[in-house]
Design a protein around this ligand. Structure first.
Ligand code: NZQ
Ligand code: ZN
Length: 379
């Protein structure tokens, strides 16, 4: 895990030392649509960069569900300005976009080639992530997910070379995140754990750690929603988000990732918030894949995370699925696709598209018909 983490209040202060350590002369400062300005983070970063006499090139306006067109623009800016560090100040979309920029800086072709596996990351600029929303884990992993607005595809790619060099995680930067985005982030974190927990082979330590992350999130979720400035609760959710997807929980296992692949289709076609799509799909994915063979794993989840005392595995598993759906509901998240104005018209197309680049589901492989049924169950 090459990413150095600086966690806690005012950790932004480490930035000047890190710039000196890396002999950084020119940075690309990338961010979204202004939240970092509203919370005062932008001013703090710029003042440190100015004090350190570092040249700043800005890339503002990175969208949620980041677009590949921002990548080409960012890579061009990095070349023109001899950038030697990218500072990604924001949430998952900003960090993801910066990872693609870091790789595209050294690639002469179309940046989308990384996502359709036409090329791989051979070299990348170093990245500093300054996280402002707990959700994706992008601050400590090598993955990124970009949308191609022309083809309406949303695809992931990853490389160890894209793991941030260092990340600054100050929970106070998440105080301003709205209730709905906080809830969506929490759904994303829990989904990351499910994708790795429901997998083969079983691994005792990874499973116990996964259950600990889930319990931490379940305990702290109502607190951050009721008290957005509760430091302890925001800190617990933030660190849970990082640990949920920094490779640790998946070591030695084949993560499932079906729910994510099916959700990315919704985000690509309807530009919805990733965590909202996951909250709707996850209980239905569980219902669809649960069978006699795997119900002991769902029962383990029900007993260890939800303290269900029922003896029968299948009954426990079914209760665990209901608890999961009720948890997402308690966060105020939508429970049906129809609540977010999605109808069945693109189900076939999205299911085919999900299967276009790789098989979907390793805990239980899904056919096109299975995926359509999960969408239908979610309507
Ligand atoms: O654009 P700004 O103004 O910054 O506003 C953002 C945006 O509107 C806002 N926000 C961020 N920090 C805030 C804040 N608002 C108030 N106060 C703050 N402190 O939140 C909105 C959503 O931002 P976004 O970056 O889209 O959220 P998230 O972190 O959930 O990222 C989602 C993206 O990450 C991808 C998703 O598919 C989606 O595109 N994923 C990345 C992964 C990875 N790299 O490992 C894995 C995930 O499974 C996921 O697929
Ligand atoms: Zn996710």
């Amino acid at each position: 895990m090459p990413t150095e983490i600086f966690f806690g209040r005012n950790q932004i202060e480490v930035l000047s030392k890190q710039l000196k350590k890396g002999n950084i002369k020119s940075v690309l400062l990338a961010y979204g649509h202004g939240s970092i300005k509203r919370i005062g983070l932008y001013d703090k970063i710029v003042s440190i960069l100015n004090e350190s006499s570092v040249k700043i090139t800005e890339l503002p306006g990175i969208d949620p569900n980041p677009r590949i067109s921002s990548v080409a623009k960012g890579a061009g800016l990095c070349r023109e300005n001899k950038v030697d560090l990218i500072i990604a100040a924001g949430a998952g979309s900003v960090i993801d976009c910066c990872k693609a920029i870091a790789a595209a800086r050294y690639y002469n072709g179309d940046p989308w080639d990384f996502f359709i596996r036409k090329t791989s990351v051979k070299k990348a600029l170093p990245i500093c992530a300054i996280l402002t929303l707990a959700a994706t884990g992008s601050e400590m992993n090598g993955g990124c997910v970009l949308t191609n607005e022309k083809t309406q595809e949303k695809l992931p790619m990853g490389s160890i070379r894209l793991k941030p060099k260092f990340s600054i995680l100050d929970p106070t930067c998440t105080f301003s995140v709205s209730k709905s985005q906080t809830a969506a982030g929490i759904a994303d974190i829990t989904s990351h754990v499910f994708e790795q927990y429901f997998s083969y082979p079983d691994a005792a330590l990874q499973d116990y750690m996964s259950e600990a992350v889930l319990k931490t999130v379940i305990e702290n979720a109502p607190i951050v929603l009721a008290e957005p400035e509760n430091y302890e609760a925001r800190a617990n959710i933030m660190w849970a988000g990082t640990v949920a997807l920094n490779d640790l929980l998946e070591l030695g296992k084949d993560g499932d990732w079906a729910t994510h692949l099916i959700e990315h289709e919704l985000s690509a076609k309807y530009d919805i918030t990733h965590g909202v799509g996951l909250a709707i799909l996850t209980p239905n994915w569980m219902k669809k894949v649960l069978d006699e063979k795997n119900c002991s794993k769902f029962a383990k989840y029900g007993r260890n995370v939800w303290s269900i005392t029922e003896k029968d595995d299948m009954k426990t598993a079914l209760q665990a699925v209901e608890k999961t759906a009720a948890f997402f509901k308690s966060l105020g998240l939508p429970q049906k696709l129809s609540e977010i104005s999605i109808d069945s018209s693109k189900f076939e197309e999205m299911a085919a598209s999900a299967l276009k680049n790789c098989p979907v589901g390793r805990f239980k492989p899904l056919s096109k018909e299975d995926i359509v049924e999960i969408y239908r169950m979610s309507l």
